[in-house]
Write a protein that binds this ligand. Structure first.
Ligand code: GLP
Length: 264
């Protein structure tokens, strides 16, 4: 696992956007096959998306040959609800880039048969060629996508019940009203994310410090589903100084030293 520590969320976001764009451009230079990208929601990726939008506008990268699959969606929230992940993604990314509408995939939280919807999603990912890169965030309790604590690290796309913690944290998007936060979601599994050739996780701010401590220094465990990244050959966490505040000084120094050595 690599941990890229930047001074601020803004610097980390720019690093991540440039990294993703470089990967898309590298593949485009080698093959006409599409780049398959996993995407996330939440407040964390907004600045990364803003930089990608700028880069598309400036002709530095194109999403014309990108196929994307989002991580998750609430169950039962109308697609047009401002807090649906469909609305979020269109507002903060898709409406401002050149990705063809047919290449955009988001789980349907209103599907009449949610299990069939999840199975079809896994099938569509395989048919697209599998993920080249999955961009994710992390919940305060270490969850990745909506894989709450004690989700199997072998999990695949499925219906999940959200924890009280997650609903309380996400109440800020629903007028601060916990009761308005849906109780269930459809989510890719931990193993779905880890099936990607590369995984890049963003984590900014002191509220993510415990999750990063558990994911980086703790055992690989269903207690903190982000810790599954420890078993991935190409996992990177991009973070700021505040989010690594709970790491041991020696862990912090190790990641800083590796990055410095590799940048020379
Ligand atoms: C939700 C999403 C996750 C996201 C997390 C953190 O639970 N399902 O994918 O990583 O929120 O959100 P934020 O970036 O707002 O802290």
């Amino acid at each position: 696992m690599k941990v890229i520590i930047r001074n601020s969320a803004a610097e980390g976001s720019i690093w991540a956007a440039h990294y993703i764009a470089a990967r898309i451009n590298e593949k485009a230079a080698k093959t006409s096959k599409p780049f398959v990208l996993g995407l996330c929601t939440g407040s964390t990726p907004i600045q990364t998306y803003a930089e990608l939008i700028r880069m598309v506008g400036a002709g530095e990268v194109s999403f014309k040959n990108v196929i994307s699959f989002n991580m998750d969606e609430y169950v039962g929230l109308p697609v047009e609800h401002p807090e649906s992940y469909h609305s979020f993604m269109h507002k903060y990314l898709f409406d401002q880039i050149d990705e063809p509408a047919a290449n955009i995939h988001i789980l349907d939280g209103n599907a009449p048969d949610p299990e069939a919807e999840c199975a079809a999603y896994e099938k569509a990912i395989v048919e697209a060629g599998g993920f080249d890169l999955f961009l994710g965030g992390v919940g305060e309790d270490g969850h990745i996508a909506f894989n709450e604590p004690f989700s199997s690290l072998e999990s695949r796309t499925r219906v999940v019940t959200l924890t009280q913690d997650t609903r309380e944290v996400n109440a800020r998007f629903f007028d601060g009203d916990f009761n308005k936060v849906p109780k269930q979601a459809l989510t890719v599994g931990v193993a779905t994310v880890l099936s990607s050739k590369e995984v890049v996780i963003l984590a900014f701010g002191s509220k993510k410090a415990r999750a990063l401590k558990d994911a980086i220094e703790g055992p690989m465990s269903h207690y903190c589903t982000l810790s599954g990244l420890q078993g991935h050959p190409a996992g990177t966490i991009v973070c700021d100084e505040l989010s690594v505040g709970e790491l041991k000084v020696n862990s912090y120094r190790y990641f800083k030293a590796v990055e410095e050595a590799e940048s020379k």
